[in-house]
Design a protein around this ligand. Structure first.
Ligand code: FES
Length: 580
């Protein structure tokens, strides 16, 4: 498509940098021309930033420079001017203490990269868990037209004839070693089979969940979430998205037009239908805060409660993302929700069409992978939000990954003060614990860890595993990997490190869990709880400087998304003042 100025109904923000003959315009244009750009590229066409989370140390996004080339082709075709911009990339499998500690830093960096540079529209190139929410949060806070392109999942892993799901197999195999059912050499052999291709985790873990959330929010083109990273159609999706973002800039279709309350309700229900990660709770709460919407934990419980989980993928089910794609992918799920009256069909998407229009023709090619509602994996999917004197501000549990027989349970607490205490004692044969006990871990929340690590799915003690027991109730203020499973109660708020009731639980206390009634109760007299809380002293607050200090001073609770208090909301994209 040839570019014509007449196409553009208004002056674009990039022209504040590039138009005219002023000293500043020549400074901005002239330096960029050292890349070999002809002068007529600065004639008013939209500059599209391809915000790329590629990094050699973010292996799930290791192929995104190749994908970026396809995005660029689409932008050129539609008459835009593509610029590839590297942005902060927080890898789930590499960053310590945990990638979550850097989600807000990445979001802040992306927001400033968009506002402070001549970008009229953005393609968010993401994949690994935190890269998707962080870029969406940054884009939401600038409200510059944006579209998500994910890198896509890895191909299925296969080991000795069985599917090997990213993460899920890691948890299963490490338990099997503890139970004496697998050797370390076999584990090493399985490692070679886990990650066969480029792409993100192939289970319905956090990366696949967040890709699905982006699509359900309407922020990605229909069908984007499930296309495998190495499938040619992933490249086609990238090119089409490049073409589309240019049109979005022309139409001034902004994140705030797409990410409405209806879009968030669609995403929450979709998460129930796909058996998505509990991490979606914190990310969507934080994202809603960026667009100024009051989405709450209660919304998660209310909207997800009657949504059956129909996607038969690990960790809740059997298959992997490759099969989800072959079965028709997310549009099939969205159509099922729509037909069940559980989707706002009029929600706008980045395509410019409504959600109902996008999914109207979706077809299910494998009803064991994407189940009909009457053959759902779990009749009540979604996220259960438990409250009570142990979690006054809420805690979350994923019923589709939990054990039915533990949904109502009273058990004796075995308490670990932090992750190090857990690691030091869990393998001790003298530990007083059995399968009826409730494992409790403290100080792993946003402030406590710090960073709210994915350690909530504590492995079971070997002496319980040797009995063939696969699940016990575990409670903490931590998160859990989206690839993990079990009756794991997470995000307990307020967290222990700020003096939440979790901080004063002692080994030997009894805890009552009642998921159907959404109750989490510490069976200790109120006066005793008050006395213990009065005696509680906070942990030493370290460190005193650097990003970690900023994080500790400003991170909010998991119940509102663990965003920084000063980053909540949209600050717009007014062009900053010239600096020279
Ligand atoms: Fe990157 Fe799972 S570790 S997607």
């Amino acid at each position: 498509m040839a570019f014509s100025k007449a196409q553009w109904p208004r002056r674009l923000r990039s022209q504040e940098w590039y138009s005219g003959t002023s000293r500043d315009a020549i400074y901005h244009r002239g330096w960029l021309k050292n890349q070999g750009y002809p002068h007529d590229l600065f004639d008013g066409r939209p500059v599209i930033g391809i915000l790329n989370t590629w990094s050699d140390l973010t292996p799930c996004n290791g192929h995104l420079r190749e994908i970026a080339e396809k995005v660029k082709a689409g932008i050129w075709e539609a008459g835009g001017f593509p610029v590839e911009v590297p942005v902060f990339s927080a890898s789930e499998n590499t960053y310590r203490p945990t990638a979550m500690m850097f989600r807000n830093l990445a979001a802040m960096a992306v927001e400033e990269a968009m506002r402070g540079q001549p970008i009229d529209g953005a393609v968010l190139l993401v994949g690994c868990d935190k890269t998707t929410p962080s870029l969406l949060m940054g884009a939401a806070s600038t409200d510059i037209p944006s579209i998500v392109v994910t890198g896509g999942p890895m191909l299925n892993g296969w080991f000795r004839g069985e599917r090997v799901g990213s993460g899920t197999a890691l948890w299963q195999m490490s338990e099997a070693i503890k139970a004496g059912e697998m050797t370390p050499d076999e584990f090493l052999e399985a490692e070679q089979a886990m990650s066969r291709s480029s792409g993100s985790c192939n289970t319905m873990g956090t990366a696949s969940t967040m890709a699905s959330m982006a699509e359900a929010l309407g922020m990605a083109l229909s069908g984007n979430a499930a296309i495998p990273a190495v499938d040619a159609r992933r490249r086609v999706m990238a090119q089409l998205s490049g073409r589309r973002i240019v049109e979005m800039v022309k139409d001034d279709l902004k994140p705030s037009d797409v990410m409405t309350r209806a879009a968030f309700e669609n995403a929450i229900r979709t998460n129930g239908a796909i058996g998505g990660s509990t991490n979606a709770v914190v990310h969507l709460l934080a994202l809603a805060g960026r667009v100024g919407l009051d989405v709450t934990l209660e919304d998660w419980d209310r909207l997800g409660r009657d949504v059956p989980t129909i996607v038969n993928l690990m960790p809740s089910g059997k298959y992997l993302m490759e099969e989800f794609f072959y079965a028709g992918g997310l549009p099939v799920v969205l159509r099922s929700l729509l037909e069940g009256g559980k989707l706002h069909g009029d929600a706008l998407t980045v395509s410019g069409r409504t959600m109902a229009e996008e999914v109207a023709e979706a077809k299910n090619w494998n009803e064991d992978v994407i189940r009909p509602v009457d053959k759902a994996l779990t009749a009540q999917g979604g996220i259960a939000v438990l409250k009570g004197n142990l979690a006054p501000d809420g805690a979350v549990l994923k019923p589709s990954a939990a054990s039915e027989h533990l949904m109502v349970h009273r058990g004796r607490a075995v308490v670990f003060e932090d992750i190090d205490d857990y690691k030091a004692r869990i393998n001790d044969e003298a530990l007083e614990i059995d399968e009826t006990s409730i494992m409790v871990m403290k100080n792993c929340g946003p402030r406590g860890y710090p960073g709210m690590a994915e350690v909530g799915n504590m492995g079971l003690p070997p002496k319980v595993l040797r009995k063939g027991i696969k699940d016990m109730i575990r409670i903490s203020d931590a998160r859990m990997s989206g690839t993990a499973y079990g009756t794991v109660i997470l995000h307990t708020s307020p967290e222990a490190a700020v003096g939440g009731p979790l901080a004063i639980v002692q080994t030997g206390d009894f805890i009552e869990v009642d998921v159907p009634n959404r109750r989490l109760h510490l069976d200790v007299p109120d006066a005793e709880i008050a006395e213990r809380l009065a005696q509680w002293t906070p942990l030493p607050d370290q460190p005193q400087s650097g990003y970690a200090r900023l994080y500790l001073d400003h991170v909010q609770g998991a119940d509102t998304g663990a965003d920084f208090d000063f980053l909540v909301g949209c600050r717009g994209n007014e062009v900053p003042r010239e600096s020279h």
